[in-house]
Design a protein around this ligand. Structure first.
Ligand code: GAP
Length: 441
């Protein structure tokens, strides 16, 4: 299975999904750049999330808060005190590890048995606001997007005239100075979170928790993840975050084992109460219907976009031994098909002229390319044999390959090849956009 992870990492680099950040300088651990295909894929996940939970719901609104916030935010939220992981250091090679992940009392790096006692390490990235680098100007890069949805709670609720229950959604950059890294992008130090704070009347929180957990799980199935690769993990009281009454993780079966993909937490009224206390601004809500003032409880479905992307890549990666075309040459080969869901595949259609040395064919192919790119993300490719080009497109998950051949010049039609079935159909150019649209939407 580790082998599978290596293959995925290699594909990601080779085909432009994910690269190590600042690679020309030797790279930086746990920082990743998303290349041309990775960036499109990530955007497609974002858009699906927006479509389902913001566009698709009358009771959820989107905000876009800052990464840097007033330093008091992090005191009130409890992150300054409690956003820690247990840290153990090897006294010999000074490698650092998460105490909860160290199986034996032995340094996994050099084998030395002399380790420091566990201490709590705060994961917040510290920085300074303004030109003076002193204690008074210290602030932190946000480790979650949630907090501005609490600090802006009243502004959003009043300006949008929202009534409980309602949700505020946000996605954006978050930073955590993680101790253990590795497993590719799984534990990055900079990543995007997409989360919703759903505000409910106290007492109605437990029921809403179940509703959101179902919603949230369905979202991941909708991204195309296989059901057997998803499971729920109920946190024990001991492993709950400082703000949570109940958390259920949605775990994915990554090649390196089951691990958290996303989660739903019942944050109770912890955050609104703490911000009221620390800011002096009363964030309680007056419920007109029951004529009662209260601090709403909060149900929070959350996910890391990069984790979702990694799970999607692992799930879609398919090797076909002996090749799909079953030629003698292919018998020894392994073909890779990235069976990405049609809604999130970065490239929907590839336009391929059958041969490169016929100018009329290339001209026609460019015409078809121009027609299609008005509707879809399309790639044009004229380099190499047609078989090789199909395989290149399969490897990045392109849904359809449109081939322009000699018949096209006579009949104004093209061959459309389906990535998964490899079936080919002749379609008239003037019907092509409509045909593909029906298949892709
Ligand atoms: N507001 C709640 C919150 O931040 P979390 O479980 O700490 O909860 C939310 O993080 C999601 O962010 C996780 O479910 C996971 O998908 C993702 N995530 C957390 N740490 C991450 C990291 N170091 N790298 C990539 N994704 C991460």
């Amino acid at each position: 299975m580790a082998d599978l992870m290596e293959k995925i990492v290699s594909l990601c680099k080779r085909r432009g999904f994910i690269y190590q950040s600042s690679e020309i300088y030797g790279g930086v651990e746990s920082l990743w750049d998303y290349g041309p295909l990775g960036a499109l894929l990530k955007n497609n996940i974002r858009n699906l999330w927006l479509k389902k939970f913001v566009q698709g719901r009358e009771d959820v609104v989107l905000i876009d808060g800052t990464v840097l916030m007033h330093p008091k935010t992090w005191k009130a939220s409890g992150h300054l005190e409690s956003f820690t992981d247990p840290l153990i250091e090897c006294k010999k090679c000074h490698s650092r590890f998460r105490g909860d992940e160290l199986a034996k009392k032995k340094c996994p790096q050099c084998g030395n048995e002399e380790l420091t006692p566990t201490r709590q390490f705060n994961l917040l990235f510290k920085t300074f606001l303004g030109p003076v680098e002193d204690k008074a100007h210290v602030t932190y890069l946000r480790p979650e997007t949630a907090q501005s949805m609490f600090t802006d709670f009243k502004l959003v609720q009043e300006s949008q005239r929202l009534k409980i229950p309602f949700g505020i959604a946000q996605m954006g950059r978050c930073f955590r100075n993680e101790i253990t890294t590795g497993n590719f992008t799984f534990r990055s130090r900079e990543f995007d979170i997409a989360e919703i704070e759903y505000f409910v009347e106290p007492g109605k929180d437990e029921k809403q928790f179940e509703v959101w957990l179902d919603n949230w799980e369905r979202f991941f199935l909708g991204l195309g993840l296989k059901k057997e690769n998803l499971r729920r993990h109920e946190h024990s009281k001991k492993s709950l975050s400082h703000y949570s009454k109940r958390t259920v993780d949605i775990e994915y079966k990554f090649p390196f084992g089951w691990a958290e993909l996303a989660g739903v937490a019942n944050r109770t009224d912890y955050d609104l109460k703490r911000h009221s206390q620390f800011s002096g601004e009363d964030l309680a809500y007056f419920d007109e219907e029951i004529k009662k003032k209260y601090y709403p409880y909060v149900i929070e479905p959350t996910m890391g976009l990069e984790r979702a992307l990694l799970a999607i890549l692992c799930d879609a990666y398919t090797e076909i031994k002996g090749g799909r075309t079953k030629t003698t040459k292919a018998a020894k080969e392994i073909e890779v098909v990235l069976k990405l869901n049609k809604k999130i595949a970065p490239i929907k259609v590839a336009v391929l002229p059958l041969v490169k040395n016929k100018p009329e064919l290339l001209k026609k192919a460019r015409e078809v390319f121009e027609i299609l790119r008005a509707h879809f993300m399309v790639r044009y490719d004229e380099v190499g044999s047609i078989g090789r080009r199909y395989r290149r497109q399969d490897e990045i998950g392109t849904l359809f390959a449109v081939t322009i051949d000699f018949e096209t010049l006579k009949q104004e039609d093209v061959t459309v090849r389906d990535r998964d079935t490899m079936q080919q159909e002749r379609i008239k150019i003037n019907k092509l956009s409509e045909f593909l649209n029906k298949k892709i939407r």
